[in-house]
Design a protein around this ligand. Structure first.
Ligand code: SF4
Ligand code: SF4
Length: 492
């Protein structure tokens, strides 16, 4: 059996679990918990963010020296072309016409006609290009089908577009770095002449300010070289580079998506609500850190990062990586989106935590069962070694296919795996018990019974149901909120 942090002994745990089990088995207990969870007060990260008020889970008993990702070889930085979004960007620049010019490449020309490094990548991963082609076919179908669905999803689209309007174009915030990091990260840094009392004071100050800017969770870690992708630097372009020396620490922040639309994924959810919230938080944090005398660079979604965020957030003690590849935190579950600020400000780092999420994932597999594209591994244990770490493989090309397939992918997205994850639950008494009891259980019984309850009390539409007809029924995981249902507010 794997060792668990702060585990009670078996007899004590079973005694306590018996009491909890008795409580949980009372008729209506689950229902009461769900009702409490539907109360706005139990929303994590909404209106209660100042001064760390939402970071309600006590991490202290679960801190560990070794992060929960499994190192099995020499860590390597991810190369530009292995990063899915960078690769996608290259391919899209070739396959779509720009400024009235004809596309520079089409599928009919074959892989040999691709420029390097795309050609070598797709030769080494032959299924990936075919999957991209399939995704583009689904996207074309979706555009054709859109008139059938546009009335139904008008409000969801408006909600998404409102958030997305801050993400690109001339009004986008924060501005992108301009020039090499040694210049842009120091632009606007104040010479205050003041000396920070200690690194501990620095961390406490930064966390309070980040919470006041709207962060639900904040953690701090050192920047390890292996978490800095190679081959592209904002402000410079395509280039190999050494990790800048002043990227000493990362201040990692997390927010949830709006909960009710997240539960109504894929058709009523949006990534852009969390994206725009994160951009404002780290953009303001960058300005704040520079004004108090230190270098700063914000890294933010959708793709403006020089960091691999999930492992960095694990180092910063925010959570663990789930089977679906997304960071899972005790407070927000998989409904967690990440951004960061790198800085040379003296800071005290947090420790990683082990709350048993990785072990739970070995048994659970709900996200894999519900994923409409089959992108998530069903393996019993993480089985692939990727750049020196053992992990579950996520087929990003397949995932991207679902984004282009589900009915409201305008802007595109799916997020079913975030919604169905048992950890993505609001704050109520049942979930608070589970959060602290499961990681202390040396037997694994608690996790097994929680999983059984999860599968009994929560019904799941099934992977194909999320797709549009004829493949599925445009199902959502849970019902969309009234405020996003067009027919509640508009007549046809
Ligand atoms: S976002 Fe959707 S398609 Fe992608 S892994 Fe999650 S459930 Fe699967
Ligand atoms: S749905 Fe289950 S298997 Fe997937 S990340 Fe969440 S806990 Fe892990």
């Amino acid at each position: 059996m794997e060792e668990k942090p702060n585990a009670l002994n078996r007899r004590d745990f079973i005694k306590k679990a018996g009491l909890i089990g008795g409580a949980l088995s009372l008729a209506g207990a689950a229902g009461a918990g769900l009702v409490a969870g539907s109360n706005k007060e139990s929303y994590t990260g909404w209106g209660r963010t100042a001064y760390g008020g939402d970071q309600f889970f006590n991490r202290r008993p679960f801190r560990v020296e070794t992060p929960t990702y499994e190192k099995v070889g020499t860590p390597e930085r991810i190369a530009y072309i292995e990063d899915f979004f960078k690769r996608l960007g290259e391919l899209r620049r070739l396959t779509f016409s720009r400024n009235g010019e004809a596309p520079r490449w089409s599928f009919d020309q074959g892989v040999d006609a691709l420029p390097e490094p795309l050609r070598s990548y797709y030769k080494a991963h032959p299924g990936a290009l075919e999957q991209y082609r399939f995704a583009m076919q689904r996207a074309a179908e979706q555009r054709e089908n859109w008139p059938k669905y546009k009335d139904e999803f008008m409000l969801a689209q408006a909600f998404s577009a409102a958030h997305a309007s801050f993400v690109s174009g001339p009004g986008a915030f924060p501005p992108q770095p301009d020039g090499p990091p040694e210049e842009s990260d120091f632009r606007g840094v104040n010479d205050t002449g003041l000396k920070l009392k200690s690194a501990g004071h620095g961390s406490e100050l930064i966390k309070q300010v980040a919470h006041s800017f709207g962060a639900s969770l904040v953690g701090i870690c050192r920047v390890k070289e292996e978490w800095v992708p190679q081959g592209f630097l904002r402000g410079v372009g395509r280039t190999d580079f050494d990790v800048p020396k002043h990227w000493k620490y990362a201040i990692v922040v997390a927010v949830p998506h709006e909960w009710d639309s997240m539960y109504a994924n894929p058709t009523y959810g949006t990534s852009y609500d969390a994206y725009s919230n994160l951009r404002f938080i780290v953009g303001k944090l960058e300005v704040f850190v520079k004004r108090i005398g230190y270098s700063a660079r914000s890294h933010f979604p959708p793709t403006s990062y020089e960091l691999s965020m999930p492992p960095l957030a694990i180092d910063a003690g925010l959570g663990e990586q789930g089977r679906h590849g997304v960071l899972v935190t005790p407070e927000l579950g998989a409904n967690t989106r990440l951004a960061a600020v790198t800085t040379d400000m003296p800071l005290e780092v947090d420790k990683p935590i082990d709350v048993g999420i990785k072990r739970f994932c070995n048994k659970c597999k709900i996200c894999a069962e519900e994923c409409p594209s089959g992108a998530i591994s069903f393996d019993d244990r993480p089985s692939e070694v990727i750049r020196g770490f053992r992990r579950w493989r996520i087929d990003q090309e397949k995932c991207y296919t679902a984004w282009n397939w589900v009915a409201t992918s305008r802007p595109s997205g799916c997020r079913v795996c975030l919604a169905v994850c048992p950890y993505s639950r609001k704050r109520n008494w049942i979930h608070n018990i589970v959060r602290v009891a499961d990681p202390r259980d040396p037997t694994g019984l608690f996790a097994s019974s929680m999983l059984a309850m999860q599968k009994t009390f929560f019904s799941y539409p099934g992977a194909a149901a999320y797709l549009p007809p004829p493949d599925g029924d445009n199902k959502t995981y849970l019902e969309p909120p009234k405020w996003l249902r067009t027919d509640e507010w508009f007549d046809k």
